[in-house]
Design a protein around this ligand. Sequence first.
Ligand code: GLU
Length: 507
Amino acid sequence: MKPPDEAPTPLSPTTRYRLITYRLNPQIMSVRLRFAPSPTGYLHVGGLRTALFAWLYARRHGGQFIFRLEDTDQNRLVSGAEANLIRTLVWAGIDHDEGPDKGGGHGPYRQSERLELYQQHARQLVEQGDAYPCFCTPERLAQLRAEQQAKGETPCYDGHCRKLVASAASERVATGEAHVIRMKVLETPETLVLDDLVRGRVAIETTQTEDQVIIKSDGFPTYHLAVVVDDHHMAISHCVRGEEWLPSFPKHLLLYRYLGWKPPQFAHLPLILNPDRTKLSKRQGDVAVEDFRDQGYLPEALVNFIALLGWSPAHDRELFSLSELVEQFDFERVNRAGAVFDRDKLNWMNQQFLQSLAPDDCFERLRPFVAQTPYAGADEDLLRKITLAVQNRLVTLQDIGTRLPLFLEENPELQNPEVIGLLQQENSRTVLETLLRHAESSTDLNGETLPQIAKVVQQETGLKGRQLWLPLRGAITHELQGPDLHLVVGIFGKEKCLRLIRQALAC
Ligand code: GLU
């Protein structure tokens, strides 16, 4: 123990700075990240990645993860979207500490319930001279746009209402004239610099930015004002979002400056691409997380796959549990280049995770998929045995639907042309005929007696290895690389096996 009168250890300049900062604003020290989707009806895989990276960072640093609904676009509201987004995130293992469904100290968490706050800050900006009401009609804006395009210029607001005398403008506002509020972009051009956690130093000239609308004519804020106000008031330490928002950062940095607030750190995530390197789109395949869930992808596999879309772990490894991802994730290892969504790799991962499930767990996860098949009412013990036999062969949970007919139909149809081709070969017929003869006279045919009978067939025909086992496998499982033959024979029993062998001989 230190003697009480000992002089305190001198602080290094950085430690002192941190302590002072902490005293000034305790929230600066806490890690708080948010996921802020718009209620569009489904969770896009890009959204899942944004949520995942933010969540991983928050969990890794003992911080908080906040769900905020960005529902200020009244034309794009989809009923039930909020509950669906939350349900889908929870399915993926991403839980939040604060949100519209559970509250928290920084609510409300729906932007439509925070309108007064945005309007208050917009008024402040107008009073400060950093924003102004704009009365330009949609017709004038359309004409301006057309003129600029005709001249080959990028369409951009020309600052028409910026020149209005403030008192005259507020009178027009007071009389109820339709208007929006626009923020002023600096009159003296300036280069704004962002130290992005993924992209490094990014610089954009303010001349590339127009006087952005921050409050629409319906009184709702645009994304630009709402995101800044909310990230500040919700004490967000890191703003993680898609690369498509990168060009907006100058507007946001200016708003932080006008409002006198410290911006959070930013991490702009790379695009997710189709295999042809175009932006991931619905046209080329699934993009909704709900679709992957409904097709029988495991949350563990989808999350693992999504984590590797842009993030590369320190070691050459591909399979991670969620808690391993929490231990390893960092923005430093997120690439700037777009990440290709490779469905084959997702399938491979799903198969790996499926194979590693305990049989009971696998069965529970298959249950809703079995329920969608005509075999929903099959005996549960039998279904459990089937699960055990086919687990290693499933790519998705939905694949169970294509596996059940072999087990549950009296006379499953043999359709696989490769199998039919093999069964029609002379050697195959010899094996099957010999086996049939011995099996018919044996008391039973199951996983244990099969090798004994096969041995007799081998001695009698001189055929062994693949020449012996492939026809058996083909006849009984209708596949050449099917599930464990002994398990299948055990489930079928003697009568069904004999029926299948006779059917194979007739093909
Ligand atoms: N609502 C925006 C979106 O869905 C959020 C962007 C952000 O995270 O700031 O893309």
